[in-house]
Design a protein around this ligand. Structure first.
Ligand code: NAD
Length: 320
């Protein structure tokens, strides 16, 4: 099998390659050529850790495998980040393990690529202002991927912990974009595209705050109980997601579904827009992409990394 170490990923994987891999796998999902396996997520009763697996099979690309890992809140004492994951790929023809790939940086790149795919296909025409809600580790990746796919004139941002806003200011400076910290009413009124990427458990962005044609990529909610958006905002928007089963159970739309404000049939897989079988925004005032994070995204970027690592001689061969 091939091993690609976490420390090699930064030099191998580009946001461009991640974007292409994610756009392709979303398209394959909507064509029923690729599917995700049920997610396993367990509190293991040790070190307060949450551990689990996300896997799937892409029959178009013949990518089979899983991402194993989770969240260890006490990792600082080991000098490690709290999110830890590894992606395993298997030969779809024989079942033999094919590769083990460090999954930490890839998770950030594939998550940012997902919202960028939604921005490419759903942003209102002439969108100029990017609004960021959230200033944690993922937010910088999100801003970079959005700025790569769409030419914004300005970034505005809000975070529940204002002391973290310097990350948004620094990332915007790196992208040569002006940045302004604003309150949520201004953010909702001025931003044409909004990315939310927080660990919130109650709505932050309210329905009345969002005015004019807007696309929202809601990326933070990936667990039962988490929530970033007002369900009334969800109820009046045109709705898209990576995978409907995850969206209604662990994604942002779980709350509007539970409240009976929307029906599952109102949600479209983003891959259908990529494939051209759904018209996308098509005159809607507000579109929302619920990015829940699916296993197939992890497999898609890992397969790309293995290909790049082999080409550059950076994949270690191990007998198993
Ligand atoms: P982080 O810990 O670096 O930052 C957390 C962010 O959430 C900060 O903006 C912080 O101010 C905010 N926050 C923390 N507690 C909050 C609370 N109680 N209410 C409101 N906001 C709060 O985390 P990160 O790595 O940037 O990840 C952000 C979120 O994205 C997490 O919830 C994570 O699970 C999620 N995530 C989603 C995907 C996906 O595919 N959808 C992938 C990776 C991470």
């Amino acid at each position: 099998m091939l091993v690609v170490a976490e420390k090699e990923i930064g030099g191998l994987m580009t946001p461009e390659a991640a974007f292409d891999a994610i756009e392709q796998v979303f398209a394959a999902m909507a064509s029923d050529k690729a599917y995700n396996f049920p997610v396993v997520r367990e509190a293991i009763g040790h070190e307060d850790a949450l551990y689990g697996f996300k896997g799937g099979f892409d029959g178009a690309a013949l990518t089979l495998g899983l991402k194993a890992g989770g969240y260890w809140p006490n990792n600082q004492k080991h000098g490690l980040i709290n999110h830890q994951s590894t992606i395993f790929l298997f030969d779809a023809d024989t079942g033999r393990v094919a590769a083990a790939v460090g999954g930490n940086l890839l998770t950030a790149l594939r998550t940012a690529a997902a919202s960028a795919v939604s921005i490419k296909h759903l942003a209102p025409k002439g969108a100029k202002v990017l609004g960021m809600i959230g200033a944690g580790h993922q937010s910088a990746f999100q801003m970079r991927a959005a700025a790569r796919i769409h030419r914004f004139d300005k970034v505005i941002g809000w975070n529940p912990h204002p002391e973290m806003l310097s990350r948004l200011a620094d990332t915007a400076a790196e992208l040569d974009l002006p940045f302004e910290a604003v309150d949520l009413p201004r953010l909702g009124a001025e931003a044409d595209v909004i990315i939310s990427i927080t660990s919130a458990f109650s709505p932050m962005l309210l329905d009345a705050q969002v005015t004019g044609p807007t696309h929202i990529a809601a990326m933070g909610t990936d667990t039962k109980g988490k929530q970033e958006l007002d369900p009334a905002l969800v109820a009046r928007a045109r709705l898209f997601t990576d995978e409907i089963a995850q969206s209604v159970s662990i994604g942002e739309f779980q709350h509007a579904i539970a409240a009976g404000l929307i029906a599952e049939e109102a949600i479209t897989q983003i891959g259908a827009v990529v494939n051209g079988t759904h018209p996308g925004r098509d005159g809607a005032e507000v579109t929302i992409f619920d990015g829940t994070g699916v296993g197939l995204q992890d497999l898609a970027v890992a397969a790309k990394v293995v290909e790049l690592a082999e080409r550059k001689g950076l994949a270690q061969k191990v007998e198993i």
